[in-house]
Design a protein around this ligand. Structure first.
Ligand code: T1G
Length: 686
């Protein structure tokens, strides 16, 4: 057992320090150290009060997520909490960093809590498809009341030490840098007091007893947001138990509700996504020791929707941006949209006016790219037209300083072809943002054949710096997310010619867990936008010819009333029937939801397997992260590749072969998918 604990006694105060990098997760070594440490402190009569503190970057950041799914090893967290609660002396939790999940629950089992101002505390288990299973749903409501507890535990949002003090979650603030000393001093003030226990407090929950409306209204208000997730309902039930049941029964109820979640596919998927988001930064031929290039100033070419959103990401973290357009009107429009976005955030209380002005002061709007001669990074975000991009990059080659990174935000075009017009292809990379660029967390970092590993490492690091999750891709049409999701769009367009209606297809995708189906999305985005690049005739193109542009004008696949409520459109149905007839496709009538889902998503899985076959994507979880973070693929399914493993790869291969026989090579199963299916292996389960 590695020694993660140190125990000292200073003038009657026992100090138990746990130091288990990287985040003092409450894995078996830490649990053993706590259990043994508190048992020896209980037996030491010289100890009048105890300080529990952590070394390294943070107080306990929760249970060890990697232990879930395997047989729990004693001492369990419950055993540790019993040792703490029965130590018979006041215990002060000294908090720095992020006391999260089981970490905060450990602090709540202590009698007092003191934290440095920079600390944060929270119960984020909901993000893992779980609930606080070590008393958090029973203790937190006893401190802050069920209403605030519902908000904090369902949102999983951490709160600052200052907010925690206001809520009574902590008892005092320490000075930055003197947490240990301040905690010892605090312990001295309570050493001769009988230990208070959160579990004995009833004043915050009693007023809600026998009044279920708080919970029923909360359920109703959040039904849409909770759709498909299991954890929120169980959290609500656990907090209801904190109000209605005596503490020990509430703890039992909490454990029952936790054990319903822990083995669920939804929680396995969300825990997989937690690690998957961190795995994306691990690149075999770009070691974490690779030197990176400092990026202290950025140039963005194009102040349209993408350029504006991209710019905001850098302003948000204090990096100045020179924003370039070709004319003043476009520039003014772009800057105005950025300002409006920030002012909307300020209206929602997410930003102060000072923060808005501070960010706006960092954007330097100019006409012409000559102004980019001194920036560390240029991101081109102009129209998706190769000739235009080539012209810009050949100019940049002359203008940008040596050592500047030249990035393109292209969604589909060949980055090697763009790099080839410069004399510095090693410095050219793709930074592919997803719209809205200031919101979506996915950033596809596209390495060209010649992109240097320093530039790749810089792109990956910069992504995290601006709050994105980077997924590395090599060059191909559509890179990762767009390429696999294009398969869903193609099959959706094909299906509505064979019998299923747009609303039947949309319903299957909505029921699967997406916010909306492909045809509702097309109507929302605008059919003139969706169909714009298509060379051949499409249903969307035929609808546009009738001036049916979607929600914004005359409806599209659906008709809309003045409140934009969608109804099936007879006009669209006729257009679809005419189109099918012209292509000689017979209407085979309705198909089952299962059949529609397979036809829509199995090709997506197959394309993901091809990405791995071709070395475009590094790992299956990267494809899942790109889908979840770029297309809002429902996280509780784990993404296409994790989901495919739950469906069973042999079943998917068999269905693809059936489609191949019917429709041709579009459905030929990737060699990797076939191999894994035949060997009984999986994409994501080792
Ligand atoms: N368990 C195991 N490993 C963890 C971990 C955890 N709880 N938290 C972080 N790591 C690893 C992470 O995988 C990465 O590893 C490294 O630490 C740095 O993390 C009973 C059931 C604490 C805010 O949900 O939110 O308690 O990639 O890159 O950006 O009721 O990690 O270096 O190999 O994220 O500075 C509840 C999860 C668990 C907190 C730090 N706790 N962690 O962020 O670093 S369930 C959580 C975080 C629970 C109880 C329930 C963040 C962080 P590697 P990082 P960071």
């Amino acid at each position: 057992m590695t020694n993660v604990a140190s125990l000292t006694v200073e003038d009657g105060i026992g100090i138990l320090t746990i130091d288990s990098p990287p985040v003092n997760a409450l894995g078996i070594n830490v649990r053993r150290a706590l259990h043994d440490g508190f048992n020896s402190l209980a037996a030491d009569n010289a100890v009048k009060a105890i300080v529990l503190i952590c070394g390294g970057r943070t107080f306990f950041a929760g249970a060890d997520i990697s232990e879930f799914g395997s047989e729990p090893v004693r001492p369990h967290l419950g055993d540790v909490f019993e040792a703490i609660e029965n130590v018979g002396k006041p215990v002060v939790a000294a908090i720095h960093g992020t006391a999260l999940g089981g970490g905060l629950e450990t602090a709540l089992i202590c009698n007092y809590r003191i934290a440095v101002p920079s600390a944060k505390v929270g119960l984020p288990e909901v993000n893992l498809g779980l609930l606080p299973g070590a008393g958090g749903t029973q203790r937190l409501p006893r401190i802050v009341g069920p209403e605030i507890a519902l908000d904090l535990i369902i949102s999983g949002r951490p709160i600052s030490a200052k907010q925690a003090l206001e809520y009574g979650v902590i008892d005092a603030l320490a000075e930055e840098g003197t947490l240990r000393e301040d905690a010892i001093a605090f312990a001295r003030t309570v050493a001769d007091k009988p230990p208070v226990r959160v579990r004995d407090r009833d004043d915050k929950v009693a007023p809600y007893r026998g009044k279920p409306e708080l919970f029923s209204e909360f359920r109703k208000k959040n039904a849409r947001a909770f759709r498909g997730f299991k954890a929120p309902e169980n959290i609500i039930k656990a907090i209801e138990a904190a109000v209605e049941l005596p503490f020990d029964e509430g703890i039992e109820r909490e454990m029952e509700l936790f054990l319903e979640l822990e083995p669920s596919i939804e929680s396995q998927a969300q825990r997989y996504a937690f690690f998957g988001e961190r795995e994306t930064s691990k690149i075999p031929d770009v070691p974490s020791s690779t030197p990176t290039i400092p990026v202290k100033s950025v140039g963005v070419i194009g102040a349209g929707t993408m350029g504006g959103g991209i710019t905001m990401n850098f302003l948000n973290v204090g990096i100045p941006v020179t924003l370039v357009e070709m004319n003043q009107a476009a520039l003014d429009r772009g800057v105005a949209v950025i300002r409006k976005n920030y002012e909307n955030s300020a209206k929602k209380g997410k930003l102060t006016i000072e923060q808005v002005e501070k960010r706006m002061a960092l954007v330097n709007p100019v006409i012409g790219i000559e102004a980019l001669s001194d920036v560390d990074l240029v991101i081109e975000a102009v129209f998706e037209e190769m000739a235009i991009k080539k012209e810009i990059f050949s100019k940049l080659d002359r203008i940008a300083k040596q050592g500047a990174i030249l990035a393109t935000n292209t969604s589909f075009l060949d980055i090697d072809e763009i790099a080839a017009v410069t004399g510095r292809p090693e410095w050219v990379i793709g930074l592919h943002f997803f719209s809205p660029a200031n919101v979506m967390r996915l950033l596809e970092v596209v390495r060209g054949e010649k992109t240097s590993i320093e530039v790749i490492a810089t792109g990956m690091k910069l992504a995290r710096q601006i709050g994105k999750v980077p997924v590395l891709s090599r060059v191909c049409w559509g890179f990762i997310a767009n390429r696999i999701m294009a398969k869903r769009a193609i099959q959706g367009d094909a299906l509505i010619l064979e019998g299923p209606t747009p609303q039947e297809v949309d319903k299957v995708i909505y029921d699967y867990g997406f916010a909306m189906g492909p045809f509702q999305m097309s109507d929302l985005v605008g059919l003139d936008v969706i169909g714009r690049d298509s060379a051949e005739r499409t249903v969307a193109g035929d609808l546009v010819k009738l001036d049916r542009l979607g929600q914004k004008k005359n409806g599209g696949y659906y008709d809309y009333d003045e409140s934009r409520k969608a109804t099936p459109s007879p006009v669209a149905a006729e257009i679809i029937a005419d189109f099918a007839k012209a292509k000689g496709i017979e209407n085979k009538g309705k198909q089952s939801d299962e059949e529609i889902l397979a036809r829509l998503l199995y090709p997506v899985v197959n394309e993901g397997a091809k990405l791995l076959d071709e070395g475009i994507a590094l790992r299956a979880s990267d494809i899942d992260m790109a889908s979840i973070l770029g297309y809002n693929w429902p996280v509780y399914t784990g993404g296409p590749m994790f989901w495919a493993d739950t469906v069973g790869l042999p079943k998917i291969v068999a269905k693809l072969r059936e489609y191949e026989a019917k429709y041709g090579a579009e459905f030929t199963a990737s060699p990797l998918l076939v191999k894994l299916a035949e060997e009984g292996k999986s994409f994501t389960r080792g």
